[in-house]
Design a protein around this ligand. Sequence first.
Ligand code: FAD
Length: 386
Amino acid sequence: MKKYDFIIAGGGMAGLSLAYYLSQSPLRDRSILILDKETKQRNDRTWCFWEQQTGPFEPILFRKWNTVEFFGTTYEGLLDIGDYQYKMLRGIDFYEFMKNHLAQFPTIEFRQVTINRVKDTPQGGFVIANDEPYIASYVFDSTFALNLKRPENHNLLQHFKGWVIQTEKPCFDVNRPCMMDFRVEQHGDCRFLYVLPFDERTALVEYTIFNDRLLADAEYDTALIDYISRFLDTGNYTIQETEFGIIPMSDEPTQERAGRRVVRIGTSGGYTKPSTGYTFQRTQRYLHEIVQNLVAIGKPRRRKPWLRRVFKKYLDSVLLNVLQYRRHPADDVFTRLYQYNPPGQIFRFLDEDTTFTEDLKIMSTVPLGPFTVAALDVLRKKVLRI
Ligand SMILES: Cc1cc2nc3c(=O)[nH]c(=O)nc-3n(C[C@H](O)[C@H](O)[C@H](O)COP(=O)(O)OP(=O)(O)OC[C@H]3O[C@@H](n4cnc5c(N)ncnc54)[C@H](O)[C@@H]3O)c2cc1C
């Protein structure tokens, strides 16, 4: 049996990004096998993220914006996002770009198979797919399904349904994407819409909820129809595409290292930011670190300053606690964050690039009573666990 240097189990966002970073590194000649059950020929999702510099996906971005709109409880208007840009990347463009780029490397193979098992063995990382065995020095697994439900943790879901609509009347301003619009019934949850315009007659309109239970499909539709009729002067419109997704928002510890030779990446590796669900940029950053360490020391490690990581996780848990126990209306929490802090600073905070002092300053702008109760509750749970 051929032993590969790396097997990438799951050629989705994380798997293809990892292959891309490897192909850009001194390890570009290593043998890599990418396994996925799908051919990735559908536009199955759209990623939005913010970035200061020009990133690796600049040529294939679908849209990018220098400013974003926000509608909250006590503030509405354009947010000055400083030197950040809000970027949108369509899944299909990402998959096509990756396939074309990786095809240039004869040592990178693809196989369309269903993975049944990933296992750490003394000989290497081992995968069984379509009853065939494969082995490699390291397996990077993005197919592992997280099962996040331990009651001592906070386990919310971010779920959303969106439509790309084409309207009869020109009603969108291509320079004014709306990042969060809370002018909808909250039902005690965190519920908002976002509107990403492609041109003056076409936009992605998405209804997003943070809570612990999914809605019936018709409820998402009703909310979308209601929002479009109340806030957008569309005239007649047609639905061109539909997107539905669920992202875990959880502070439950996940196992990134599933053995000496098996590393979980992407959502499976717990890369999702617990308090926001944003995963795309964190995945790029983490995989970049993994490749740097593979090059430098031959090990797929990530740099994780312990104290900093624990504190940032603690802040995530506090926000999740406020949301889960409905300690304060979520629309007001997010409004205060964006109203009383420079929005670019909130992006840095969510990227975990702010200092301890900056974190405290940002936390002083949220409602102190409910956040203090949440902070103490999280501490109590952590102490009880010890
Ligand atoms: C609709 C949607 C929209 C999102 N939008 C955003 C966003 O705007 N911003 C953001 O930061 N995050 C977003 N996310 C969250 C996150 O960025 C994505 O889910 C992202 O695709 C996660 O990357 P991944 O590689 O971990 O998983 P995936 O991209 O899902 O890749 C996993 C791959 O494994 C394959 N696979 C799974 N099981 C098997 C098996 N048994 N055998 C073979 N192959 C298998 C799948 O076919 C898939 O290709 C979104 C998620 C969804 C679902």
